[in-house]
Design a protein around this ligand. Sequence first.
Ligand code: PMP
Length: 284
Amino acid sequence: MKHVLINDSIVPEAEAQVSYKDRGYHFGDGIYEVIRIYQGAFFALDPHINRLFDSAEKIDIALPFSKQELVDRLNVLKEKEVVIDGSLYVQITRGAAERNHLYSREEQPILFGFTLPDKSNEANETNGISAYVTEDIRWLRCDIKSINLLGNVMAKRKASDHDCGEAVLYRENAVTEGSSSNLFLVNNKTLYTHPANNLILNGITRQEIIAVAAELGIDIVEEPFPKEVLAHADEAFVTSTSIEITPIHTFKGDVEATLTLGPITKQLQQALKKRIKTQTSASV
Ligand code: PMP
């Protein structure tokens, strides 16, 4: 039987209920994380927990538990669900209250967590995907990992309707990120990606890749670049907890181009996998 985490309790899925007054439903008033589990161990757990607490602070939610208490609860859920390879979704909403834009700071945050089995992304990692280039219509605080993802889900649907696996977004002509991923491109052996400011989510995978690239001696430029540059990239790829490093072989939409799957992408894929293996086998 599947179990879920609600606040400090692990309950059978059938008994997992949330209030219709949850502000997550009314306003998308909450935050979340997706944490990968490899070989029964969380990968990059601390950065995910830190980002969740940062997101809470940025939207003025005072969490009624410590980081360690949260980690303990997530571990209990992982053990209960016996996940070897998969991921854990955890969200916190501001709480349940009469519908009112104005929150009072008296609401009790609601924690919710569940695990998901591994969905293999191997074929995409090997063969690459098409990406649909479209305007970034989201708000100006994309650094917050908010559950309010309307701009992201609309972009993802649009991409899929054009037979693309991801949407690549641009704001005022500068490429920001994917609808659920960060974007990197390679030109003349240098790695380019948007800086971690309010216009993108600073992905944990993005940060891991920047660390891996530095170890490999690959130059990294964190600066905005115009969408036209995508058409001349030697290589491009998107990254996230779920898809790791997934190459892009075709851009469609507002930029059209065909790319080859190149050596730097492959080198980074291998180095990231090695890093994951080392870190997750060390912690079990
Ligand atoms: N940007 C957006 C908009 C995302 O939704 C995600 C994945 N949640 C990412 C970037 C990648 O973040 P991470 O590497 O932490 O999964």
